[in-house]
Design a protein around this ligand. Structure first.
Ligand code: NAP
Length: 280
């Protein structure tokens, strides 16, 4: 198969490496807004060739859209205008706005909405890595609105990695990702700002930073170019979760003020239940 990747960054580039290595793709074509990204992707052999978007659509069997989610809102309808038999897959982190945008498109059936639940805090083609997705989960969204053959090929693609697959509708997808992904990023951004504000001496932070601190602020290294469009599109769900998170922080604050360490102990024990969900 010939696969075009539109937006050859962390996710697009990692998919490119994986699908070439496992033989699912015989050729990968790269499309990106920035020539510098294409140069890096060619040098790293993430892609075989560069094309314009129009050429890439015409020459590919599958077009994978992996730009930030705001750009997808105008790129996806333009791709669907041009496809015939090709399959279009997006890997964006939010789904409701995008799927609403193309719901009445005559070629809607050729498009399959997906969200591979894997990533790192780095971005761009230099951040692409093999094995990013292996053993992780992909969400297939609103599959009933896609043509059967398009869904089957998409399943084959993710099975080739291999990734587990779950199906959700677009509203549930955005609610659940607000909980499992979007809030943890806000929490990490806020924690990083808290520590930077309180600890002006950056060398000290560096010297003292231990495993716990590093792992909780890791996500704060993530790119605003990718995250602001996500928060813009999933604002209402993220606000709901953020309100709950602020309530929880306020509970801990109040217990500290009251020196109620007995209840504090119980809350930590309650939070330990997360082990049931995350075994490692
Ligand atoms: P990334 O590393 O920044 O890659 C995005 C690439 O798209 C960049 O090379 C960017 O160029 C390019 N781009 C931006 N606008 C474009 C346009 N109009 N046309 C063509 N290329 C364009 O971001 P990423 O982390 O791979 O994320 C890609 C998508 O995957 C996003 O929709 C994100 O929500 C989703 N996703 C991310 C993760 C994660 O953990 N990172 C996980 C799952 C899904 P510039 O360098 O100029 O910006």
């Amino acid at each position: 198969m010939t696969i075009a990747i539109v937006g050859i960054g962390l996710i697009g580039g990692s998919l490119a490496i994986t699908l070439k290595e496992n033989g699912f793709a015989q050729k990968v074509i790269g499309v990106d807004i920035r020539p510098d990204n294409i140069d890096k992707a060619l040098r790293r052999r993430l892609i075989d060739e560069e094309r314009s978007l129009k050429e890439a659509i015409a020459e590919s069997d599958i077009i994978i859209l992996s730009t930030p989610v705001d750009a997808m809102l105008y790129i996806l309808p333009g791709i669907l205008d041009r496809v015939e038999k090709q399959i279009v897959i997006d890997v964006g982190s939010t789904k409701e706005r995008l799927l609403d945008k193309v719901k009445d498109h005559p070629n809607r059936g050729r498009y399959v909405a997906t969200h591979p639940m894997a990533g790192t805090e780095y971005s761009g083609p230099e951040a692409a890595v093999p094995n990013l997705f292996e053993g992780k989960c992909t969400v297939l969204v609103d599959v009933d609105d896609s043509d059967e053959d398009a869904v089957q090929v998409t399943r084959d693609l993710f099975n080739s990695i291999p990734m587990r697959q779950v199906e959700l509708d677009r509203v549930s997808h955005d609610v659940h990702t607000a909980y499992v992904s979007h809030i943890s990023h806000i929490s990490s951004f806020a924690l990083a700002l808290t520590v930077l504000e309180k600890e002006q001496d950056e060398d000290r932070i560096f010297e003292l930073a231990s495993g716990g601190f590093s792992s909780t602020v890791r996500l704060a290294k993530s790119s605003p170019d990718m995250w602001i469009p996500i928060f813009r599109q999933n604002r209402d769900n993220v606000l709901d979760v953020l309100d709950e998170h602020i309530n929880q922080l306020a509970r801990f604050r109040s217990l500290l003020i009251k020196k109620d360490f007995e209840t504090f102990y119980k809350l930590i024990e309650e939070s330990n239940q997360i082990r049931k969900i995350l075994s490692s």
